[in-house]
Design a protein around this ligand. Structure first.
Ligand SMILES: [Fe+2]
Ligand SMILES: [Fe+2]
Length: 344
């Protein structure tokens, strides 16, 4: 076996950093963009939970994933959750396509139906129950890949207490939305100097965040969406910290394009996964075109120009789930606007 010198090893490591961005551009170019609903539907016939956009399946998306699943009539996701359900240190968005039911999130009940969306607060215990005679069809998107890369992906499930890392520490650890448990908000306070104040704020931060999470919005009813004209076309912000959600990573928008019209074009440094919730159309992604229908999923590569066209006779509705907020917090925020939409 060839033994490398210290110089060779460390020069290679340095060049890995230098090469990475250009290599990554190639990976983005080769990224699978279009996921057709009929293929997903066939798989859902055999298994009720199908990952669609997922780095573990070869997707180049580094920050979030998307899956489809079905909850059979009068059952619960997970089937035999009875008390706590489950909780995780990832943000999660759930969008309901068919069926009706309710969720218990951090002890509160939320009733939902088609077109409604849940933004599940980080590390809150939750359960999802189908109350109807029809199967519930839904998609979910989480920041699983991001949390895994950070080494902070905790998933606690009432069925598997042997894998709990925090909840077994007692009643308080089970109730808190703070991974690792909270403390007393005054624990860090000692005296009146600026550094002590800064440190006390740091100690109190998690408890403050927990309150904000508990008071943030969770359920969005389809009928409450407000569409307004923008450079990208008619848009509604669905989940965003600026409209009452305590999201630190995931954002959601809904776009609506009338028949024969096109959206604006833009590119950005965040990952985006689109679910086509109504109508049909095509998207141009850099130099390629993809035709899509209702329930298809698009994975838009980072920093690729994209623009949508309604080629059908119904309004085209696109649910865009992105990690813009996470990237903003990392200092990687950039959206370039190109051509504007051709309608208002
Ligand atoms: Fe969950
Ligand atoms: Fe976009």
């Amino acid at each position: 076996m060839e033994v490398k010198s210290v110089k060779e090893t460390h020069t290679e490591l340095m060049l890995h950093s230098v090469r990475f961005a250009k290599d990554e551009r190639g990976r983005r170019k080769g990224q699978e963009v279009l996921f057709k609903w009929p293929d997903v539907q066939k798989k859902l016939g055999e298994h009720k939970h199908i990952y669609v956009v997922d780095a573990r399946l070869g997707s180049n998306n580094h920050t979030h994933r998307l899956w489809y699943d079905v909850i059979p009539p009068h059952t619960e996701e997970g089937q035999d959750w009875r008390t706590l359900g489950h909780r995780h240190t990832v943000e999660a968005i759930i969008y309901f396509l068919k069926g009706r039911g309710h969720s218990i999130i951090d002890g509160k009940r939320y009733d939902w139906g088609p077109g409604d969306l849940l933004s599940v607060p980080m590390f809150s215990w939750h359960r999802h129950i189908n109350d109807g005679d029809e199967p519930v069809l839904r998609i979910a998107s989480t920041t699983g890949p991001l949390s895994l890369a950070l080494g902070q992906a905790v998933y606690e499930d009432e069925r598997y207490p042997e894998f709990w890392v925090y909840a077994q520490e007692g009643e308080d650890a089970r109730k808190t939305l703070i991974p690792g448990g909270g403390g007393n908000v005054d624990d860090g306070k000692i005296g009146a100097n600026r550094t002590a104040e800064l440190y006390a704020e740091q100690v109190a931060f998690a408890m403050h965040e927990e309150q904000l999470r508990r008071n943030s919005r969770v359920l969005v009813k389809q009928k409450d969406l407000v569409f307004e004209p923008t450079a990208m076309g008619r848009l509604a912000y669905v989940v965003d910290p600026r409209i009452g959600f305590h999201s630190k990573a995931l954002g959601v928008v809904m776009a609506e394009i009338p028949p024969g019209k096109r959206s604006g074009a833009h590119r950005h440094l965040y990952d985006e996964i689109d679910l086509i919730v109504g109508g049909k159309g095509k998207v141009i992604v850099e130099d390629k075109e993809y035709d899509f229908d209702t329930l298809d999923v698009l994975s838009i590569p980072v920093f690729h120009w994209h623009q949508y066209f309604n080629t059908g006779s119904e309004p085209l509705r696109i649910l865009g789930i992105n990690t813009r907020i996470a990237m903003d917090n990392l200092g990687l925020s950039l959206t370039h606007q190109g051509e504007h939409a051709d309608y208002a």
